[in-house]
Design a protein. Structure first.
Length: 127
């Protein structure tokens, strides 16, 4: 959405860097997730995550707000002073906001936290 198809080049270069740093080849990655596979009946149906915004770290760029407001569930409210708050009753934990949240800080992603919240309306609300 923000970067267009150029994001594919970034993914390729990121993967290359990851492999080079670990002296791995692409074939070394194939199948590594398989041991973590489980049937859906083994998943916790009460575990729910919601987006979290750290007010003390937020630089109020608004990118997470736009991402959710324009494309998803309008789950982030912008209050006076550009204070952003996630509405847990609406957020479906799709993760889109943190995907587009490029906080201009030393650690770009740390401002946009996701955390476990109380189970509310279950997986029928999943994205
Ligand atoms: S993307 Fe991060 S820094 Fe920007 S408004 Fe959202 S939480 Fe704040
Ligand atoms: S996780 Fe999805 S629904 Fe929740 S605030 Fe972020 S973009 Fe909106």
């Amino acid at each position: 959405m923000t970067y267009g198809f150029k994001v594919m080049q970034n993914m390729i270069s990121g993967l290359s860097q990851y492999l080079d740093e670990r002296e791995m080849s692409l074939s070394d990655l194939v199948g590594r997730a398989v041991p973590k596979f489980v049937e859906w009946q083994q998943l916790s149906l009460t575990y729910v995550t919601r987006a979290r915004i750290s007010q003390e770290d937020c630089i109020k760029c608004g990118r997470c707000y736009v991402a959710c407001e324009d494309t998803r569930h309008q789950a982030i409210a912008m209050k006076p002073g550009r204070v952003l708050e996630v509405n847990d009753a609406v957020c479906v934990a799709c993760n889109l906001c943190s995907t587009f949240a490029r906080c201009e800080t030393a650690s770009p992603w740390k401002n946009c936290r996701r955390g476990a919240g109380p189970a509310q309306g279950p997986q029928s609300r999943a994205p």
